[in-house]
Design a protein around this ligand. Structure first.
Ligand code: C2E
Ligand code: MG
Ligand code: MG
Length: 463
């Protein structure tokens, strides 16, 4: 009830009556409570939600006591969802939430971060190592049999642990720290926890940032097409080039060795590769027009992308728009991992479209000779690792010589990769290697500089 009292005075200013208005505010209070609850509590589990959890952590940190911030994540919930449906997945989340609450009563706080992720805050630690003990306890006590749709399933959790004030001073960064430690725990496998480690987790964070930015690299026009020439060993004349992509991010060039594997994992490889093939074809045909002879550019197609369905139609599009001699395709033995039959069918189609196929990094994978026998490769690229010490190591030299002979017998042309000095070049020339690619002649450079390089090298080679 709420009461408002208004005194009523007579003409002389004396209070003669009081007017009392009462109002039943049960509904309003109920409404306010519901609103507060909605904004702070997670519907499914009844735990504090992400925002409120963060707010409470802020308050706890204000108290100044040593506090553990533990990020917990259920292993394999996706599998439960897929097998038993989302309803069952939700039941599991609820059961874990309840168990965590029983294990960690106030002043500890458990809140739901997202999907299958929880945050556990333990204030008032005596020593920092207590955080680890409690994380291990959470994992142990929660990895049990859960009943789902009549079946009993075992679940494990993983955790990332950060400690205030040792690892960070504010709520947001402590949660981030615990989160990236949990990501590392995922890499180690289920049922484990990891402590925040500044060096390692900075790497994880960088990966995360890269991951996000990479998805937008094409749209933001951040890819740069570099190319590296390959030459004939006798005269050093440029015969073509390999397209090598770079990613310009915050003014620095990120190497493909770092971002291609990431792009393969997050799917960005498809638009990236589309961009590369298109731009390489464009550059090659423009150069050929200006110079009057073909300048083929080979592009690397990663194994992941090779299996993506759009590749063939994209190549078909390239074939319609540009001269056929513009593009060669390089693949590694990785394309044969898994379904060899499909890979073979793809290679056959690409060959039939008229694109020359090269097998890249030869010698580093399984190097099954049947690949050379059964699939329509026209070029073999000997990996740099055999070239690098072939002058000093006769065995490597012998392998290179044997590979060259074998490839020539099968009608393939041979490129040696990573040639850095004259002694290597002389040996390779004597072995009859067709093309040389390496820093000795040319380092990868922006494709725009390429036409000039060819003019110069032609001229040098001919004089
Ligand atoms: P790769 O296809 O074997 O390319 C050759 C790599 O060796 C290039 O590194 C090149 O810069 C480097 N290299 C060439 N000559 C020398 C040398 O004399 N000495 C040394 N130490 N290195 C040399 P890069 O550009 O960093 O590319 C690395 C790998 O990234 C490539 O290996 C390729 O697998 C992948 N990659 C590059 N561009 C693309 C692309 O556009 N798409 C895909 N899917 N992968 C790409
Ligand atoms: Mg290559
Ligand atoms: Mg290679």
């Amino acid at each position: 009830m709420r009461a408002v009292v208004s005194p009523i005075e007579d003409d002389a200013g004396q209070i003669t009556h009081n007017l009392i208005i009462t109002e039943d505010i049960t509904d309003q209070k109920g409404y306010e409570a519901a609103l507060f609850r909605k904004e702070t509590v997670d519907d499914l589990t009844g735990l504090p939600n992400r925002d409120f959890g963060r707010e409470r952590l802020r308050q706890v940190l204000g108290g100044g006591t040593m506090t553990a911030v533990i990020y917990l994540d259920i292993d394999g919930l996706t599998r439960v969802n897929e097998t038993f449906g989302y309803e069952c997945g939700n039941e599991v989340i609820k059961a874990v939430a309840q168990r965590l609450q029983e294990l960690f009563p106030p002043p500890a706080m458990v809140c739901r971060q997202a999907g299958d992720e929880f945050l556990l805050v333990l204030p008032g630690l005596g020593i920092a190592s207590e955080a680890e003990i409690q994380a291990a306890r959470a994992l142990r006590e929660c990895s049990a049999l859960y009943s789902v749709a009549g079946s009993m399933i075992t679940l494990t959790l993983r955790a990332g642990v950060a400690v205030f004030p040792r690892d960070g001073s504010d709520a947001a960064s402590l949660i981030d720290d615990a989160y990236s430690a949990a990501i590392r725990a995922r890499e180690t496998g289920g049922g484990t926890y990891r402590l925040f480690n500044r060096t390692l987790d900075e790497q994880v964070k960088r990966q995360f940032e890269l991951d996000n930015d990479l998805r937008q690299a094409v749209a933001r026009d951040e890819l740069r097409l570099f190319a590296q020439a390959y030459v004939t060993p006798a005269d050093g004349i440029v015969r073509g080039a390999e397209a090598l992509v770079r990613w310009e991010r915050d003014g620095a060039l990120v190497s493909p060795g770092e971002f291609i594997p990431l792009a393969e994992r997050n799917g960005a490889i498809v638009p990236i590769s589309e961009w590369i093939v298109e731009n390489a074809a464009k550059a090659s045909s423009a150069m050929s027009d200006h110079l009057g002879f073909p300048v083929p550019i080979s592009v690397n197609i990663s194994a992941v992308e090779f299996r993506s369905t759009g590749l063939l139609s994209r190549l078909e599009g390239i074939r319609e728009l540009y001269p056929l001699a513009a593009i060669e395709i390089e693949v590694t033995e990785g394309v044969f991992a898994g379904d060899m039959k499909t890979a073979g069918a793809y290679l056959k189609t690409i060959d039939e479209m008229g694109f020359p196929l090269a097998i890249d990094d030869f010698g580093t994978g399984y190097s099954s000779l049947s690949y050379l026998r059964d699939f329509p490769f026209s070029k073999l690229k000997i990996d740099r690792s055999f070239i690098v010490d072939m002058v000093e190591r006769p065995r490597h030299r012998d392998i290179v010589a044997a590979t060259v002979a074998l490839a020539h017998h099968l009608g393939l042309v041979v490129t040696a990769e990573g040639v850095e000095d004259q002694a290597q070049n002389d040996l390779l020339k004597a072995m009859g290697v067709d093309y040389i690619q390496g820093y000795l002649f040319h380092k990868p450079a922006p494709i725009e500089l390429f036409e000039d390089l060819i003019r110069r090298k032609r001229y040098e080679g001919q004089s």
